[in-house]
Write a protein that binds this ligand. Structure first.
Ligand code: ZN
Length: 272
């Protein structure tokens, strides 16, 4: 699933490549068109220009004339691609925006979460945005704040890091790598973590996410940049999907287990 580095990459690319483009048409598979937004909003979009791109957790937000916002969740394998407009295939892309410069933005493999068009003022009231915790890339995620998030909690630390209502934007790839960098086992109960371990986890979050962005994101699943090129973070992962292979730091064999129904990868020697 695309996580905060991948969506942040797309946000930057949309800001750079889409801002200023004028909408010629909003296209969608007929059976889902009514779910994109009100008829009024969909109609108003035509003629508007992309005024910017934002992000809330793992959601990409495209703004139009600073009045309408399109909320895009790429789910597990979604892609957002900017292509020359040479015809639209609903079997491949259920939704897209055609611009008047003969390019189109296509959303592929978004599953049931098709993009939603809302008035900008209504953005924060959307349930999936209102419920989000502190953004993982935000300076608001201080050590103090992180400590207070963990206070009184129980359960595996990895599950907490992936809880979007606590910290928004982390998913399975990056939480595995953050816990490896912090030398903390993903199954550790929050109540057993000492202050040094909590600090190590907190200290690992930003550098791992920044490295994800620098390496163009992870394409272990199907993430692609706006131009269709893949990212390379997954090729440099220390533990994610490396079970059976030697640890890049100590040579022990990376193992896999399950935490909260998701795969957890760890080095039995480096992580306690
Ligand atoms: Zn190791």
């Amino acid at each position: 699933m695309p996580e905060i580095p991948e969506i942040e990459i797309l946000r930057r690319e949309c800001q750079e490549k889409l801002a200023g483009k004028r909408v010629a048409a909003l296209v969608a598979r007929p059976s889902i068109k009514h779910r994109l937004g009100t008829e009024q909003a969909c109609g108003a979009l035509v003629g508007m220009r992309v005024s910017g791109a934002g992000r809330r957790g793992k959601m990409l937000i495209l703004r139009f004339d600073d009045r309408l916002a399109m909320v895009v969740h790429l789910m597990l394998r979604g892609q957002a691609l900017l292509l020359p407009d040479n015809g639209f295939d609903f079997a491949v892309s259920p939704v897209g925006v055609i611009f008047d410069d003969k390019t189109r933005l296509e959303f592929r493999q978004v599953g049931l979460r098709i993009p939603q068009l809302v008035v900008k003022e209504g953005l924060d009231a959307l349930p999936e945005i209102a419920r989000l915790g502190v953004d993982a890339l935000s300076p608001d995620l201080t050590l103090e704040r992180f400590l207070s998030m963990l206070e009184g909690r129980r359960g595996a630390i990895k599950a907490l890091l992936m809880d979007q209502g606590v910290i928004a934007g982390l998913g399975n790839t990056y939480t595995n790598e953050i816990l490896f960098a912090a030398h903390v086992h993903p199954e550790r109960d929050i109540r057993t973590l000492n202050p040094e371990e909590i600090e190590a986890i907190h200290r690992s979050i930003l550098p791992i996410l920044q490295r994800g962005i620098e390496l163009g994101g992870s394409s272990a699943e199907s993430f692609l940049h706006l131009d269709g090129s893949p990212g390379h973070f997954h090729e440099h992962a220390y533990v994610f999907r490396r079970e059976g292979q030697p640890c890049r730091q100590c040579g022990a064999i990376i193992q896999r287990t399950e935490v909260g129904g998701r795969s957890a990868f760890f080095c039995p020697k480096c992580q306690r």
